[in-house]
Design a protein around this ligand. Structure first.
Ligand code: F0G
Length: 466
């Protein structure tokens, strides 16, 4: 018998209460938080879809591992377990522990980057780009054309455009290329996967021009699921073997383990090249900690070693991707415009289309994120002109390319009924769609304004916020 419902393949052993609130209470909470969801205490949120990073629920096995943590400064047993788990998966000899992805990026790109260097990616994640640019180097995105069309159905919208990749190498000269970085899955492009064929094409180009090929692999298990489902040649290959093949094609990787290693903190840099690894190790000791713990405690390393194996479980990955698709498909059926097809870790709502009566300089994405909170206590993240908008010299907003709201799904945390509740919240927001108003920024810092800016609604009843 074929069951329609894909159940959560786990039982719940430990629970964390959700504090329920009323719409009236949330109106006050949001006012106190200056209409910025980042300034809201998590207790005031019912379903937190701000990020899938560091928000996973750990398994009983991982919690068991925590008790076994060896907290020795040097040569801890827990480090050996973590090193072995990463080696078994990646096949790389040189492995360095780090406390999270951006710490690894800062170390690696400070060594590979610098003025005159160029890095090419499908899409550099924000912290990756920031670390590359901070080193003085240039970060160039070469996403495939399909990846730029939100409504287009295509199996691998995370692919890099290999023609543009080669042209970019030729334009800058192979010797100035710091590395090609494939982000799998492509977070900034909607959590869309990269095909194995695309990774093979990148390998061939990197061989031709003797360029380093790296993976930003924080969601590689989810990417492997899509490869097995959508790339004929990998139909019968295990998810783990697919990931191993992708690592075999590349020269190194940085992982924020806060995603697909199912832990709340952790990461690694893994490399084939000893010289680069030695240079990074010096920086690691200076910035993060000794080479057998990075910024991690022994118990973190135990949990990471176990999570990195668990994440490839076929029932887990099937449930994981199915639940994201479940939410995305239900929203699509309601008429909510979302990036298609549904990606791995999140559903991305096109707020410009959803709130087509709110102009971009009144931040439709932010308005929608606030409405989802008011109606259902859901916390989502605007990825649009609040996050990426800039000002022209005359002070006018230069909007972001898209006005998106990301509903990122923490791993193993919410059940199908939680997702049904999210869908119902959208129904309520849709019912009052036309009466929703835009937002105005009333305070903003010089950098990364989305984290701390204050907003006011362009509505009389919110005027008191100003
Ligand atoms: N690379 C990608 C593709 C990411 O999505 C992230 C983090 C990082 C690197 C940096 O890792 O947070 O451990 O320092 N993404 C989170 C998100 C923040 O919400 O998408 P980190």
């Amino acid at each position: 018998m074929h069951f329609k419902t894909v159940i959560e393949p786990f039982r719940i052993k430990m629970v964390e209460p959700i504090h329920m609130s009323t719409e009236k209470e949330r109106r006050n909470y949001l006012k106190e938080a200056k209409n910025n969801l980042f300034l809201l205490e998590s207790e005031k949120v019912i379903i937190d879809l701000l990020t899938d990073s560091g928000t996973s629920a750990m398994s009983a096995q991982q919690w068991g591992g925590i008790m076994m943590g060896d907290e020795s400064y040097a040569g801890a047993k827990s480090w050996e377990k973590m090193r072995k788990a990463i080696f078994d998966l990646t096949g790389y000899d040189y492995i360095l522990p780090i406390h999270q992805g951006r710490a690894g990026e800062s170390i690696l790109y400070s060594q590979l980057g610098g003025k005159g260097k160029v890095f090419i990616s499908n899409t550099h994640f924000d912290t990756t780009r920031a670390n590359i640019e901070y080193s003085g180097a240039l970060a160039v995105d070469c996403l495939s054309e399909q990846g730029k069309q939100p409504a287009l159905e295509h199996p691998f919208k995370g692919n890099i455009d290999v023609k543009k990749l080669e042209q970019t190498i030729l334009k800058h000269g192979a010797e100035s290329i710091g590395a090609v970085v494939l982000t799998v899955t492509n977070n900034s492009g909607g959590g869309q996967p990269v095909s194995m064929q695309n990774a093979k094409d990148v390998r061939a180009i990197c061989d031709k021009y003797q360029v380093l090929f790296l993976l930003d692999c924080c969601r590689i298990a989810e990417n492997s699921y899509f490869v097995a489902q959508r790339e004929q040649a990998y139909k019968n290959v295990s998810y783990r073997a697919i990931a191993q093949e992708m690592f075999a094609l590349s020269d190194g990787a940085v992982m924020s383990a806060k995603k697909d290693a199912l832990v709340n903190m952790g990461g690694f840099i893994a490399l084939r090249d000893k010289k680069i690894a030695d240079a990074c190790a010096n920086m690691l000791i200076m910035k993060e900690g000794f080479v057998t713990y990075g910024g991690l405690s022994g118990r973190d390393m135990e949990a990471l070693a176990i999570g990195l194996v668990e994440v490839f479980d076929k029932d887990y990955l099937h449930y994981r991707i199915s639940s994201t698709t479940y939410l995305g498909d239900k929203l699509t059926a309601l008429g909510v415009p979302v990036i298609r097809p549904i990606g791995g870790h999140a559903v991305y709502v096109d707020a410009k289309t959803f709130y087509d009566h709110i102009p971009v300089d009144e931040y439709p994405g932010h308005a929608l994120a606030c409405d989802l909170y008011l109606k259902g206590g859901i916390r989502a993240c605007e990825i649009g002109s609040v996050m990426f908008g800039k000002y022209s010299e005359s002070g006018e907003l230069i909007p972001a390319q898209m006005e998106l709201v990301r509903l990122a799904i923490p791993r193993r945390v919410y059940t199908q009924s939680h997702l049904d509740y999210v869908v119902e919240t959208f129904e309520a927001v849709l019912a009052e769609k036309q009466s929703s108003k835009g937002m105005k920024i009333i305070y903003e810092p010089a950098f990364l304004r989305h984290f701390t800016a204050h907003f006011a609604r362009l509505l009389p009843e919110y005027a008191s916020v100003v």
